[in-house]
Design a binder for this molecule. Sequence first.
Ligand SMILES: *Cc1c(COP(=O)(O)O)cnc(C)c1O
Length: 407
Amino acid sequence: MINRRDLIKHLSSLPLLGGVLGENSLNPLASAATKVPVRNLAKELGIRTFINAAGTYTAMTGSLMQDEVVATIQGAAQEFMMLDEVQTKVGEKIAALTHAESAVVTAGCFSALTLGLAGVLTGMDQKKVEALPHLEGTGMKSEVIIQKGHNIGYSHALTNTGCKIVYIETVDELEKAINEKTAMMWFLNIQADSGAIKHEEWVKIAKRHGIPTMIDMAADVPPVENLWRFNDLGFDLVCVSGGKAMRGPQSAGILMGKKDLIAAARLSMPPRGSTIGRGMKVNKEEILGMYVALEKFVNMDHKKEWKMWEDRVATIEKAAKSVNGITTEVFTPELGNHTPTLKITWDMAKVNLPVKALQENLRNGNPSIEFMPAGNNALTITTWMLKAGEDKIVAARLKEEFSKAVV
Ligand SMILES: *Cc1c(COP(=O)(O)O)cnc(C)c1O
């Protein structure tokens, strides 16, 4: 009988079959790792796991990584690599997939915002890198312009560099706000409809004044085309979350854009210390996992995926609607979390169930289920984070709870 070592020797001499077992099969650490029994830490520590019918929320740990991503992480954990080399090689691949000149994997979209702006401020000046977030007396610029409607909590990522935010509403105000201290003009895609100035005009005005632009599109895939749309539009820096719809590691994101700006941003990133970004480390496992998640996302059948989400929504909608007093509506947000979303509303005179009570009941049930409340007598559900078959469980549990509350 052929033993394992012979088999490997044999296979690796054949170029075509060499890849079947992969490099890791030759690594004693790798084979040892596969023999380690998998502990169920959720059970051991009493951590609640649940069916996620809510969506890609940070507090709910974002999304579940695809098998390919988990396998990548496991494989990468078996070898040492130089952190910068991993970033450079992965960055080239990501840039090619997204029509960007260059890219780097960051600790989520939030750190992409901070590090991208850091790169804009410092350029390749090491002294400036080490001075951040203290801008005074360094010659660095200190203001970022944002439309008032684009101001949500995430702009804190920008002030982390020491910059101050200047809010404007009209083109006229924008033109007046631009001065020698203006470092960057920031655009938030999810709030694009809450500002008078749209993408193209924002970029055009910035270019006329020679000011770099950045767009936060953290939660704006799908559509997949957004991964290159904003690079094509001329934004100098584009920031996206890796652990939302792309199902990469939750703590990963991507900063992409102009080559010189990405190179400058990397001066504030690990392994370099004495930087504002030293605490925003991304390990090799996550960098490689992010790349594999992105590649898979770009190449997947999005139409099929969408149809699956719709079918699941239909299953839940049908069950809910069968209870007297329940009305439903399906809509797709244009900006951010672009996925079929089911809104269920009930007449409290017919179904006496405050949303908080329903939330508690589903949360404490077995299996536990999470949705998003939308007022005292309404909720929303998305199905993109469900595992196969969970739509039926959600449908049955909702129907059960609604039926019990019928007056
Ligand atoms: C989620 C989100 C972020 C933060 O992204 P992380 O990947 O969690 O760091 C930033 N901006 C917007 C608009 C978001 O939705």
